[in-house]
Design a protein. Sequence first.
Length: 258
Amino acid sequence: MNHAHVLLSVDAGIAEVTINRPEKLNALNETVRRELTEVFDAIADRGDVKVAILCGAGDKAFVAGADVSEFAARTPDEQREVYGKRRVYDALAEFPKPVICAVHGFCLGGGNELALACDLRVADTTARFGQFEIRLGLIPGAGGTQRLARLVGPGQAMRIGLCGDFVDSEEAHRIGLVEFLVAEGQHIVEARRIAARMARWSPVTLQLVKKAVLEAGERHLSDGLSAEKELFLEAFASADGREGVKAFVEKRRARFSR
């Protein structure tokens, strides 16, 4: 795939997707959003991809936010039309395989919303998070209230959205905005290590675990438990499920599909 601002590499079941616009702090413009969507759509069904990592190029930012100059001239009707289309955040949220976001430097506005749409977040000590839309007289419009509240709780989401302050890496880790905190420059190394641990397992069950956990945030507990039961039965009936159980009984390593 030939893209101007998004790079893709695949190795050992792990797809590494890099936003490559460092001269603009990887700010999200229409081209970057379109290319990211195309890449994630393209690898969704690839058999050689079990886990994806999303990261940003350069040493200053994962994504410093949306390219404000791009939408500054839009009318409200034009912005509503844009919001009526499928967006990159939807492509990430709908991606069936685990996605790990590796964050360094600025992760602001739409960049933080990209991270929120991933399944796990690894940050190094340079990372600084924030939803700065309130500084522009706006509110987050791509998950910066909804996904954020589900991840860190409504109180922290209120504070982040209403104050418009930076959240440093240690605080982000403490409140659960990121799951892993590592030394400066080690964010991609750690993301690769986590991805490699996941890639050992069945691609079927990786996707079913992700689906089951996401169901928990969308359903009442009793409905979620029913969905979990059905997903377990789907895993149980799969070739990998049969192989895993058989390998355990036979005291050998399972040979899952690749």
